[in-house]
Design a protein around this ligand. Structure first.
Ligand SMILES: *Cc1c(COP(=O)(O)O)cnc(C)c1O
Length: 365
């Protein structure tokens, strides 16, 4: 399927942000976006990159009522020589399709998905910031657009991709987070949709997050919903603990999002000779390890921050400091290693980096 490109007239183009330190996250989007429509019996049709615009939806578009809506999140990185890289994009494409299957939505052809990302990013390459740690965030999304009420899988969909420059997460150094363990609320259940990137999961998480942030915590550390005993994940990140000399992370039991960064951390840590264990880990074990000194570090992993050190955990009215509330050595090491692979600053022994544009063509003289 040929992707049509309709360029925005120059006079309609937005002014690009000039101060890369003020980009933040998710506020600025570029001049164009990709979209393709789907109709049952016809399949995907009319893939196009066109000027960024508002979507038109019928008030009964099914995504608005029954939440058939899924998304992905990944980034494009500009290397020192001007080359543009993606990091394990095939993993996001596969995860998008497994999300689609779970919500009875149509899957997307992997090649079309990849082509759409590449073409859009290359068209918008001047929007990719240059500073270390800055990048272009990519948000592929699929929504049910059929105009109908009544719960059933929709017969019409829209898949679109928007991109926008984002700032360095740690512009002023690592900032360890404070986690609030929620025993009252649940994010996801086994057999539910916690293992896919479905929009509804995030709506369900807001209430507990609001309580946690109101108490001065960064995010909620979720426990399993049936026993309220085993640690699952945080916000939009997976969680790791260094206990003794092992790196421990909750195993993917069906209610945890299989993060691309989580998988990269596991592979990289093993490569560095660290023992990594994926298993159930109870909050009682974490607290006991904190008390007896065997809990050395904790950090979260996700595309946005790569690795985010956890400085404190709040559980049942008490606050426990981890590594004195400071960033641990392993978190810092893994962060630097992954960042350098993403920006093309070092060898990529795993083949994770995908170059979508050669440096020489875009390098600044
Ligand atoms: C996106 C996400 C993650 C992290 O996934 P990455 O692929 O590493 O970005 C973890 N947990 C949840 C709930 C998420 O939505």
């Amino acid at each position: 399927m040929e992707i049509k490109i309709k360029k925005a007239p120059l006079k309609n183009r937005k002014t690009k942000p000039t101060d890369e330190t003020k980009l933040g996250f998710g506020k600025v989007f570029t001049d164009h976006f990709f979209n393709v429509k789907y109709k049952e019996g016809k399949g995907w049709y009319e893939p196009v990159i066109e000027p960024y615009r508002k979507l038109q939806l019928d008030p009964t578009a099914m995504c608005l009522h029954y939440a058939q809506e899924i998304f992905e999140g990944l980034k494009a990185y500009r290397g020192q020589d001007g080359a543009i890289y993606l990091f394990r994009p095939q993993e996001n494409i596969k995860r998008m399709n497994s999300s689609a299957e779970r919500l009875c939505m149509p899957t997307i052809d992997e090649n079309l998905f990849m082509e759409a990302m590449k073409k859009l990013i290359i068209l918008e390459k001047d929007w990719i910031p240059r500073g270390v740690g800055t990048s272009m965030y990519i948000r592929p999304t699929m929504i049910a657009t059929e105009a109908a009420l009544g719960v059933h899988p929709a017969n019409e969909y829209l898949f679109f991709i928007v991109v926008g420059p984002v700032g360095a997460y740690y512009a002023s150094g690592f900032a360890p987070t404070k986690m609030f363990v929620s025993e009252e609320y649940s994010r996801a259940v086994r057999g539910g949709i916690g293992h896919i990137k479905a929009a509804g999961n995030y709506a369900a998480s807001l209430y507990a997050s609001k309580i946690a942030t109101g108490m001065g915590y960064t995010q909620v550390l979720w426990l399993d919903s049936s026993e309220k005993r085993y640690v699952e994940e945080v916000g939009t990140s997976n969680i790791f603990f260094v206990i003794g000399d092992e790196l421990v992370t909750p195993h993917l039991g069906g209610s945890i999002l299989p993060g691309v960064t989580r998988n990269s951390v596991i592979k990289l840590a093993k490569h560095l000779g660290i023992k990594v264990v994926e298993r159930q880990i109870s909050i009682d074990e974490v607290i006991a390890a904190s008390k007896n000194g065997s809990l050395k570090e904790s950090f979260a992993s996700g595309t946005a921050a790569v690795v985010s050190p956890v400085g404190h955990i709040h559980f049942r009215g008490k606050e426990y400091a981890i590594n004195g509330g400071k960033t641990g050595a392993l978190a810092e090491k893994l962060y630097n290693e992954i960042l350098q692979i993403q920006y093309g600053l070092k060898d990529d022994p795993f083949g994770w980096r995908v170059k979508i544009l050669d440096g020489k063509k875009t390098a600044k003289k």
